[in-house]
Design a protein around this ligand. Structure first.
Ligand code: 13P
Length: 255
């Protein structure tokens, strides 16, 4: 059985004070009956990791980062390496979010290199894939997703997702209030699992595939109820502790 996972991607939001407040609220409410069933993860901006780690105060809530560089150290101004994130207690790193790809020039190849570096540092990459609305309307959803996954196979080999999580985030559903239907999401999740299974069946059956894109308390249960949807990567709704925790509860109820 795969342990469900619900991760909050806080994106570029908040202040030190508000990040600590949000983390404290989540830590105080995420009781054992939830965290024993669901991996609950928060991903603040990197400069807030230390404060958020302290605010989590030993609670079972886990810490993640929103990106990591492909390099370990050296003349790479502006980058943060996976081992530096590990020093703050990070266990997960989001890689290849569509905002990184569309706004900051991250490519399939650079995302795969980052993925490899995160795994090499002993952290879990949360590798994001997903199509634009144009891709979907042109019938190219799986071609796009496959090319994003292929980059990881090229750089990391057939078991490149062995200690990773995949997040399927259709770009047209991110921050738009327009959620993929559970059926649409399930279809892509099942295809992702098949693509991974063609390389490494064991990895595929253990692989957690999260859905992201306007997941909210009122649609989480239907999405996570699908057989290949193992949780959520949450944007807007992760910034309100009550909403985030309600999504975690929905995942726990299905575990
Ligand atoms: P929203 O939940 O705000 O649509 O964002 C999803 C997302 O991008 C998570 O990484």
């Amino acid at each position: 059985m795969r342990t469900p996972m619900v991760a909050g991607n806080w994106k570029l939001n908040g202040s030190r004070e508000s990040a600590v407040a949000l983390a404290s609220e989540i830590a105080a409410s995420a009781q054992d009956d939830m965290t024993s069933k669901v991996d609950v993860v928060v991903c603040p901006v990197s400069v807030h990791l230390g404060d958020v780690s302290t605010a989590l105060n030993g609670a079972a809530v886990k810490l993640g980062a929103q990106n990591a560089g492909a390099e370990e150290e050296g003349a790479f101004t502006g980058e943060v390496s996976a081992s530096m994130l590990a020093e703050y207690g990070c266990e997960y790193v989001i890689i290849g979010h569509s905002e990184r790809r569309s706004l900051f020039g991250d490519t399939n190849a650079s995302c795969a290199a980052r993925h490899k570096a995160v795994a090499a540092a002993g952290l879990t990459p949360v590798f994001c894939v997903g199509e634009t609305l144009d891709d979907r309307e042109a019938g190219n959803t799986m071609a796009v997703v496959e090319s994003q996954l292929q980059a990881v196979f090229d750089v990391c080999g057939d078991n490149g997702f062995a200690s990773a999580v995949v997040a399927y985030e259709p770009v047209w559903a991110i921050g738009t209030g327009k959620t993929a239907t559970p059926e649409q999401a399930q279809e892509v999740h099942a295809n992702i699992r098949e693509l991974v299974a063609a390389r490494d069946p064991q990895t595929a059956s253990a692989l957690r595939i999260l859905y992201g894109g306007s997941m909210k308390p009122d649609n989480a249960a239907d999405l996570i109820g699908k057989p290949d949807i193992d949780g959520g990567l949450i944007g807007g709704a992760a910034l309100k502790s009550a909403d985030f925790l309600a999504i975690c509860q929905a995942a726990a109820a299905q575990a």
